[in-house]
Design a protein around this ligand. Structure first.
Ligand code: CP
Ligand code: NVA
Length: 313
C-alpha cells in the first residue's frame, strides 16, 4: 500500500476538534510528566526548524520540547540556506524529508508553507505565517482552560489588529465552540472570506468597533502588537489602534476573574499597559510556558507517538 500521507499541523481549520483535543491531552501529559510522553518517545527522530523571521518563544519552545521528547533539532535561518538564494521550496522540502522526521517553518508567506507541505513526505508544522499562528492558539486554549475551565460556551474578547494571531483565534472559536468578540477599527477587520468560513462552521464571531462592548462580561481579554513582523511600520496603524489599547479601565469592564492574554512579544504602553501586563489578571507568562507543553503534544501527534501501542491493545 502507498505510505500514509504525513500528518501536517498547518492550521486549526484543517483539523477536527477531536484531533486538537487529543494534542492538548498529550501536551498536558507532557507537562505533568506522565504517560508515553515522559519516556523520550522521539529518540532517534529529528526536527528541522526553519526561520525566515525572528523568534524567541517558538524557537526555544520547539527545541526544548523536541529534546525532552528524546529527539534532535536542527535550527535553520532561511537566509543561510540555499532557499535564500533561489532553491525552490519544493526541492528544499524533498531534501529535508530525507534527513529529518518533521519540519517547522516560520515565514511571511502562507503559500510557501502550503508548497512546503505539499512536497514534503514528513509532517510540516506552521510556526507562524502572515495569515495564522496555530501553535500559539494551542498554548492559548491550554492556558485559558487551566485558569478558567472548559472554553466551550465562554466568551473571549480580542481588541486590536485582526492579524495572524486573531485569525487563528477565529479558527479556534469554530473548533472549540466559544464566542469570539473582535473589537477592531473598520480598516483592520478580519477578511470577509474568513468570517464567512467561520459562520458556515457555526462559529459565533461578533464584530464591533467598541472595545468596551467587546470586553463587557468577557472571560478573557486578548490583544497583540499593532505592528506585526510583516507590516510596514507607520503611524496610521498606531492612530487607528490607539483606542483599542487594553488598560486597567478596559479590563475592569470584563467579567470578574477575567484573564488577560497576549502571545508576546508585547509593546508595553501601546496595545497594553504595564499595569495590565504585570497585573493580577495577566497570564501571559503561563501562556509563553505552555507553548512548550502544547507543542510537545503537537509533535507527538504529528509523529504518531503512542499510536502503535494503542492499536496493539
Ligand atoms: N509568540 C511567539 O510566537 O513568539 P516568538 O515570535 O518569540 O516565537
Ligand atoms: N502578530 C505578531 C505575532 C508575533 C508572535 C507578528 O506576526 O509579528
Amino acid at each position: 500500500p502507498p505510505p500514509a500521507p504525513p500528518r501536517h499541523f498547518l492550521d486549526l481549520c484543517d483539523l477536527s476538534e477531536a484531533e486538537l483535543r487529543h494534542m492538548l491531552e498529550l501536551g498536558r501529559a507532557f507537562k505533568a510528566g506522565r504517560g508515553v510522553l515522559a519516556t523520550r518517545p522521539l529518540e532517534g527522530r529529528a526536527l528541522a526548524l526553519i526561520f525566515e523571521k525572528p523568534s524567541t518563544r517558538t524557537r526555544v519552545s520547539f527545541e526544548v520540547a523536541m529534546r525532552r521528547l528524546g529527539g534532535e533539532v536542527v535550527v535553520l535561518s532561511a537566509k543561510e540556506m540555499q532557499l535564500g538564494r533561489g532553491e525552490t521550496v519544493a526541492d528544499t522540502a524533498r531534501v529535508l524529508s530525507r534527513y529529518v522526521d518533521a519540519i517547522m517553518l516560520r515565514t511571511d508567506s502562507a503559500a510557501k508553507l502550503a508548497e512546503l507541505a505539499s512536497a514534503a513526505t514528513v509532517p510540516v508544522i506552521n510556526g507562524l505565517t502572515d495569515k495564522s499562528h496555530p501553535c500559539q492558539l494551542m498554548a492559548d486554549i491550554m492556558t485559558f482552560e487551566e485558569h478558567r475551565g472548559p472554553i466551550r460556551g465562554r466568551t473571549v474578547a480580542w481588541c486590536g489588529d485582526s492579524n495572524n494571531v486573531a485569525r487563528s483565534w477565529i479558527h479556534a472559536a469554530a473548533r472549540f465552540g466559544f464566542t469570539l468578540r473582535i473589537a477592531a477599527p473598520e480598516a483592520l477587520r478580519p477578511p470577509p472570506e474568513l468570517l464567512a468560513w467561520a459562520s458556515a462552521e457555526g462559529a459565533v464571531i461578533e464584530l464591533t468597533e467598541s472595545p468596551e462592548e467587546a470586553v463587557a462580561g468577557a472571560d478573557a481579554v486578548v490583544t497583540d502588537t499593532w505592528v506585526s513582523m510583516n507590516d510596514a511600520p507607520g503611524t496610521n496603524r498606531h492612530n487607528l489602534l490607539r483606542p483599542f489599547q487594553v488598560n486597567e479601565a478596559l479590563m475592569a469592564k470584563a467579567a470578574p476573574g477575567a484573564i488577560f492574554m497576549h502571545c508576546l512579544p508585547a509593546h508595553r504602553g501601546e496595545e497594553v499597559t504595564d499595569g495590565v501586563l504585570d497585573g493580577p489578571q495577566s497570564v501571559v507568562f503561563d501562556e509563553a510556558e505552555n507553548r512548550l507543553h502544547a507543542q510537545a503534544g503537537v509533535l507527538a501527534w504529528c509523529l504518531g507517538v503512542g499510536e502503535a501501542a494503542r492499536a496493539a491493545r
